[in-house]
Design a protein around this ligand. Structure first.
Ligand code: KG4
Ligand code: ZN
Length: 341
C-alpha cells in the first residue's frame, strides 16, 4: 500500500527564494507561495549567502502560514513534508531542513529529502501526464544540464556546463553592462528591442563531449566588446543583449537537436529559472514541433525556485516510503543527478 500523499507541504530555501507549497494527491497545487529576496541582494549585484539564510529564517514561518491559508487547510491536515536538502547554499538549505524536521516531528508525520535539480527536471509535468523517456534541460542560475530520463529513477546525464551556468552568464553579463540583478529578465527584455545579427560570437567547443557547454568565453567576449567601445557611442546595448541571447539560446538548442537525433523521446522538458526566457520558450517549442515531440515548459511561477516542484517530487518519494531520519543533513553540491539516487 503506498503511503497517503493527500496533502504534502513542499519547502524550498536552497537559494534566494523562500517558497512553500501545498500539493493535493500528488498532482494538484493548492498553493505555491514564493517570497523573493531580490530586493535584499540587488544592492550587492548577486546573492549574499549569509543574508539569504537569515532572510529564510525570518520569512519561512510566515510563508508556511500563507501557503496553508491559501490552500484552505491547517497544519494538522498535512500528511507529509518534502524539503530540498541538496544542492544549494548550505546555510539556506539548513534553515528549510531544520524547519521541516521540527514540523514533521511535532505533527508526527514523515518527511522526505528532495534534490532541487530533480525537482526542476520534473516540474514541466506538474498538471500533466508524465511521458517517458523524455529529454530534460535544466537551465538555471547554478546549473545547465541535459538529461535523458527513462523513468523517475533512471536518469542519464548527457552533458552539462563545464564552467558558468547559462543563468550565471546572464547575470554576469548584466553586471558587466550595469543593467542590474538578476540579469536574465533584464537582458531578455532588452534583447527584444535589439538586432541579434549585429554581433556574432564564436561558439565554444568543449572537448569533454558533444553535450557539454562552456559559457565563460562568451562572457569574456562581451567584456571585450564593451571595453573596445568604451569611448564610442556606436555600441547599442540592446543589440549586444540580443546577440548574446541568440548565442546562449542557440547553443542550448544545438544540443537538444543533437539529442533528438540520437535519443528517441516522447517529450522535451525545459525547466529552471532560464526557462522563463522568451526566446528559449519559443525556439524550443519550434524545434520540438519539428521533431514531433511535445514540449513541456513550466509556467513562469514554476520555472523559478518554488516549493511546488519540491512537493511534486516529494510526493512520489513519500508514496513509496522514502522517509528521512531526523539526523538527515544538507549537501551544498551533488556530483551528478544520474548517481544521486
Ligand atoms: O532556477 P532559478 O530561480 O534559481 C537557481 O536555482 O539558480 O534561476 C535563476 C536564474 C538567474 O540566473 C536568472 O538571471 C535566470 O534564472 N533567469 C533568466 C530569465 N529569468 C530568470 N534568464 C534568462 N532569461 C530570463 N527571462
Ligand atoms: Zn533552481
Amino acid at each position: 500500500m503506498p503511503y497517503p500523499t493527500d496533502l504534502i507541504l513542499g519547502i524550498d530555501t536552497s537559494c534566494d527564494e523562500t517558497s512553500v507549497a501545498v500539493l493535493k494527491n500528488g498532482t494538484e497545487l493548492l498553493s505555491n507561495i514564493i517570497s523573493s529576496q531580490i530586493k535584499i541582494h540587488q544592492p550587492h549585484g548577486g546573492v549574499v549567502p549569509e543574508l539569504a539564510s537569515r532572510s529564510h529564517l525570518e520569512n519561512l514561518p510566515r510563508v508556511v502560514d500563507e501557503a496553508l491559508h491559501k490552500a484552505g487547510i491547517t497544519l494538522s491536515d498535512l500528511t507529509a513534508i518534502a524539503v530540498t536538502n541538496r544542492p544549494g547554499l548550505i546555510g539556506c538549505l539548513l534553515v528549510g531542513l531544520s524547519y521541516a524536521k521540527s514540523l514533521a516531528y511535532s505533527l508526527n508525520i514523515p518527511f522526505t529529502l528532495v534534490n532541487h535539480l530533480k525537482a526542476h527536471l520534473f516540474s514541466g509535468f506538474i498538471g500533466h501526464d508524465e511521458r517517458y523517456p523524455f529529454l530534460g534541460l535544466v537551465v538555471s542560475g547554478g546549473h545547465t544540464a541535459l538529461y535523458y530520463v527513462k523513468s523517475f529513477d533512471d536518469i542519464l546525464l548527457l552533458g552539462q556546463t563545464v564552467d558558468d551556468a547559462a543563468g550565471e552568464a546572464y547575470d554576469k553579463v548584466a553586471k558587466l553592462l550595469s543593467l542590474g540583478y538578476p540579469g536574465g529578465p533584464i537582458i531578455d527584455k532588452r534583447a527584444c528591442q535589439g538586432n541579434s545579427d549585429s554581433i556574432s560570437f564564436t561558439r565554444a567547443r568543449v572537448k569533454k563531449g558533444e553535450y557539454f557547454w562552456s559559457f565563460s568565453g562568451l562572457k569574456t567576449a562581451v567584456a571585450k566588446i564593451v571595453k573596445e567601445n568604451q569611448k564610442s557611442d556606436a555600441l547599442q546595448i540592446s543589440d549586444l543583449c540580443a546577440a548574446f541571447q541568440k548565442e546562449v539560446v542557440g547553443s542550448l538548442l544545438d544540443k537538444i537537436e543533437r539529442a533528438f537525433k540520437e535519443y528517441p523521446v516522447k517529450a522535451l522538458v525545459i525547466s529552471g529559472g532560464v526557462a522563463a526566457n522568451s526566446l528559449l520558450r519559443t525556439e524550443s517549442q519550434k524545434i520540438s514541433a519539428r521533431f514531433q515531440v511535445p514540449c513541456y515548459i513550466p509556467s513562469l511561477l514554476l520555472c523559478t525556485d518554488n516549493g511546488g516542484m519540491i512537493a511534486y517530487v516529494g510526493a512520489k518519494q513519500i508514496a513509496r516510503g522514502d522517509f528521512a531520519e531526523l539526523n538527515a543533513n544538507a549537501q551544498a553540491s551533488v556530483a551528478n543527478l544520474s548517481s544521486d539516487f
